[in-house]
Design a protein around this ligand. Structure first.
Ligand SMILES: [Zn+2]
Length: 453
């Protein structure tokens, strides 16, 4: 079996993946909060861990990998969106979760084994919180339940901070119901106008962090053969390392679970060298780019062209280059199942997607086809956008030249104009010069419309 080595953010070392249950791998990824379209930064995390999922399935077998990616469907941002729009919360979260699934599918992201929604696991969260209270790691006050950070000695180990550093540098909220400013919310009261569930502490809703501890345990940790509550890999964006992941570890380990063995964090995405921000006008969603005609395969290629642990710079130049490379590969590829060793070896080396793509430049035929499939870039047929670019327009060039010559002769340009308009309607750019005519398929090129020309 291929040995997979991963950089563990917990130990800060490269480690060989050694599954808790031999031959079976379990992985959890913090998914989106569903109130809006996914932006390219969200997409990077989904694509990176989809690529790991695909590698794990390739190495361990498709039935031997359990991948969980949650939907956070209870959150104050969702409540705010509902208040702004006057729409029911359930309608917003259902619609947004489906947008996410569809947009990620366009990027070749497979559906994980489980996609739990936080609101489906409220009972598990309440039980988890009760257990933490029983063990002295949490306390209830004024309808809130808080995690007692000072009671958990290893707090800060994952992100490499001490509690005192965190207090000095952090924007910790001081509140009358907290014993210590560092304590974080496990449960909070809900007013009648926002979602709430009955609990031993009154009607309320969970804080954000507890859902991942409860859901990862219910779907993965519970199946640890030694009963230690372990699972293999936990992923997320580096922006989640603190406080979200630090708090997940504290909750789970305080409850007595050994939790994730390997932590992986993908770095953030920039646009043309700048932080992506609505205020800078360089903020875009996956849907925005799909609507601009950038194919999902091209976006995925660009996202995989930088190692997940490095900041990724999204540029127009990379998009153009990726489209060119993919078009060439689609012409050269044939359906195949045997992925060349160099491609698997690169991925098995801490998910070196850049190295895998580089190795593919030397491939052809079935080897290239198999590698493209493993990279999630090819479903066994050339995508329509790439196919469209492959149509031979030489017969149309000849016809255009003849019609043009006839028009010059007769001084009647009506037939030439009609032909030109028909080509434009089919999405073809008509470039005329003294040398002749060049016909170039544009982004809206539709070969079916050429039949009307
Ligand atoms: Zn999480």
């Amino acid at each position: 079996m291929v040995e997979i080595r991963l950089k563990n953010s917990k130990s800060r070392r490269m480690e060989t993946l050694d599954p808790i249950t031999p031959g079976r791998v379990s992985m959890y990824l913090c998914g989106p909060t569903v109130y809006d379209r996914a932006h390219m930064g969200n997409a990077r995390s989904a694509v990176v861990f989809d690529q790991l999922f695909r590698l794990l399935r390739h190495v361990y077998g498709a039935d031997n990998v359990t991948y969980v990616r949650n939907f956070t469907d209870v959150d104050d941002k969702i409540n705010a969106r509902a208040a702004e729009t006057g729409r029911p919360i359930g309608e917003i979260t259902k619609e947004t979760a489906q947008w996410y699934i569809d947009d990620m599918a366009a990027l070749g992201v497979m559906e994980p084994t489980h996609m739990p929604r936080a609101t489906e696991y409220i009972a598990e969260m309440v039980a988890f919180i009760e257990d933490l209270i029983d063990k002295g790691f949490a306390y209830a006050r004024d309808g809130h339940v808080l995690f007692r950070v000072r009671a958990y000695d290893d707090y800060g180990k994952l992100s490499g901070r001490t509690v005192d550093d965190m207090i000095a540098g952090a924007r910790v909220e001081v509140a009358p119901y907290k014993e210590d400013p560092m304590d974080f919310v496990l449960w909070k009261p809900s007013t009648p106008d926002i979602p709430g569930w009955d609990s031993p502490w009154g009607r309320g809703r969970p804080g954000w962090h507890i859902e991942c501890s409860a859901m990862s345990h219910a779907l993965l940790g519970k199946f640890d053969p030694e009963g230690k509550g372990r699972f293999d890999i936990h992923g997320g964006g580096s922006d989640l390392l603190f406080p979200h992941h630090e708090n997940e570890v504290a909750q789970s380990c305080a409850a007595g679970h050994a939790f994730a063995q390997i932590w992986m964090h993908n770095e953030m995405l920039q646009v043309e060298g700048k932080k992506m921000a609505k205020s800078l006008g360089n903020f875009f969603t996956v849907r925005d780019l799909l609507d601009r005609g950038i194919p999902g395969e091209v976006m995925r290629f660009v996202l995989l062209s930088t190692h997940y642990s490095k900041p990724m710079d999204w540029t127009e130049k990379k998009v153009v280059e990726a489209a060119k490379t993919l078009r060439r590969w689609y012409v050269a590829a044939e359906h195949g199942a045997q992925v060349p060793e160099a491609v698997v070896a690169a991925l098995a080396d801490d998910l070196n997607t850049h190295g895998a793509l580089a190795a593919m430049h030397n491939l052809n035929g079935v080897e290239l086809g198999a590698a493209l499939s493993l990279l999630g870039l090819w479903g066994g047929r050339v995508p329509d956008w790439a196919e469209a670019q492959l149509v031979d327009l030489s017969a149309h060039v000849d016809r255009f030249a003849q019609t043009r010559a006839a028009a010059m002769e007769s001084k009647d340009f009506s037939a030439l104009d009609a032909l030109k308009q028909a080509l434009i309607a089919a999405g073809v750019e008509v470039r005329m010069s003294k040398e002749g005519v060049e016909l170039v398929p544009g982004p809206d090129f539709d070969p079916a419309k050429l039949e009307d020309v």
